[in-house]
Design a protein around this ligand. Sequence first.
Ligand code: ADP
Length: 304
Amino acid sequence: MIAVVGSLNLDLVVPVPRHPVPGQTVLGGDLAQHCGGKGGNQAVAAARLGRSVAMVGRVGTDEAGTVLIDALTAEGVDTAHVLRTPDVPSGRALIAVDPAAENTIIVSPGANGRLSPADCEAAKDVLARARVTVLQQEVPHEANDAAARLAGGLVLVNPAPVRTGENPLPSRADVLLPNRSELAALLGLAPDALTDLDDVARAARSLTGAGAVLVTLGGDGALLVEGGVGTLIPPFRVDAVDTTAAGDCFCGALACALADGEPLEKAARLAAAAAALSTTRPGAQPSLPTRDEVEAFLLTARIR
Ligand code: ADP
């Protein structure tokens, strides 16, 4: 079983002819509503790949909270530890997308921000049993720390959005899964500072506090640094149409393969296949592939 401790957001997406500047009103197209949040996306990614998944999180007592819980349940995710917070709205992301597919996003964490160490304590049986506990950083640091402490299996940390300062990471991270700009930020560097693979490998080796580091590199694949040794996980060749949630798909699929007992390098290759497949379809959760789809893809897939 996999435990995902993290955020659940209702994404409200409006197409706009152009983004408004302060003080301006822009008339957009029809509103679309999707379930999202990194935690929710990663839980669904793992569940579609056939693993049993338990979610630990918080939503409001509002209609959005019901929509978020129902959507997870429909995917087979155990929501017994998704708690409802009275008087606080569920997390929402307000997303405007212009014709060039550039987006601006405002996230209102709402109930996600109320997830507490006590909530993780209440889920301690699940966390103790989980072969892999997955954490991201859209919920309070203290909750992540408690979950990392209570985890009986591997702790997989996706440090997104990145935190800087005194405690940038949860107290334990057996596998750290940043993308290139998050890795740079963790080292106090500019987001675009790590241009070539040698820079990425050197940066990953210099990170302390994590066991293995697996850096996702978008269309360039991923780089695994384990025991000081760097291994490139080459990208699968696909016609990418939308990379939204590719990172979440990679994370959920990696958790599945690690829960199956695969070594990190093989797990990363399977995750890269699932993530590549997710980029061939639009949207976040709708693009997440099933186990059958990934297996069929692997029969014909080619790496670059
Ligand atoms: P994030 O969205 O978190 O920044 P990335 O963009 O690094 O994550 O993508 C995560 C993973 O998805 C990559 O490591 C890679 O395996 C896969 N991926 C993303 N874009 C492509 C692409 N264009 N072609 C093939 N694989 C891709």
